[in-house]
Design a protein around this ligand. Structure first.
Ligand code: AMP
Length: 227
């Protein structure tokens, strides 16, 4: 029997970088298993498992889950996927997590979405709402007829705290501080593959081509279907 080598990849990118969209396309076109630490935690929280209850207390305070808990959870999950191509999302978030992952398996590539913070800020701060009705506007895709006012009532629109420029800046700075050492860790190992751009649809073809070189058998099948 021929044993097909598997591809073990990590995807990294700040909130608003298009990581969710790109991950979904990778899964669709290359059939990789997608393992997101955030999704796994939310699933545990919903099921009220021991890890879920513990995780909730950290997440509610906007803190990271301690490395030992996070690592045990993720590595355990990966054990069941050792015959599949997989894509890790949201993990590792610290160098300690990256080192623990290295001990269990060898990562082949790290896809880094390098989207300028200014672009992300524009994207994330584009949402405005009309509090009384819950109507949502997006300054890029569905702007109000008159800037700053609700189309129906003419009342002023507001931004959610999460979407305010100062909050978005803080989130981006936190991502930067947290993940820079992890990106550096993988860069030194020669595994980091950065994709720069401002539009997900412009970045995607480069990632597609890159993964085609890593998974030629899978992409051959995919070539028959439209992207
Ligand atoms: P996410 O959906 O990836 O933003 O994750 C939601 C929350 O889960 C984060 O804000 C963290 O509190 C926690 N979390 C997710 N992944 C990790 C990780 N690798 N290490 C520590 N905490 C994590």
């Amino acid at each position: 029997m021929v044993v097909r080598p598997v591809l073990r990849a990590v995807i990294m990118g700040p909130p608003g970088s298009g990581k969710g969209t790109i991950s979904a396309r990778i899964v669709k076109h290359f059939g990789m298993k997608h393992l997101s630490s955030g999704d796994l935690l939310r699933d545990n929280m919903q099921k009220k498992t021991e890890v879920g209850i513990l995780a909730k207390s950290y997440i509610d305070q906007g803190r990271l889950i301690p490395d030992d808990i996070m690592t045990r959870l993720m590595l355990n999950e990966l054990k069941g996927l050792d015959r599949y191509n997989w894509l890790l999302d949201g993990f590792p978030r610290t160098v300690a997590q990256a080192e623990a992952l290295d001990k269990q398996c060898q990562i082949d590539t790290v896809i880094d979405l390098d989207v300028p913070f200014e672009t992300i800020k524009c994207r994330l701060t584009a949402r405005w709402i009309h509090p009384a009705s819950g109507r949502v506007y997006n300054l890029e895709f569905s702007p109000p007829k008159v800037q700053g006012t609700d189309d129906i009532t003419g009342e002023p629109l507001v931004q959610r705290d999460d979407d305010k420029p100062e909050t978005v800046t803080k989130r981006l700075q936190a991502y930067d501080a947290q993940t820079k050492p992890v990106l550096e860790y993988y860069r030194k190992k020669g595994l980091l593959k950065s994709f720069s751009g401002t539009e997900t649809n412009n970045i995607w073809p480069h990632i597609y081509t890159f993964l085609q070189t890593k998974l030629p058998d899978v992409s051959l099948k995919d070539a028959a279907t439209p992207r």
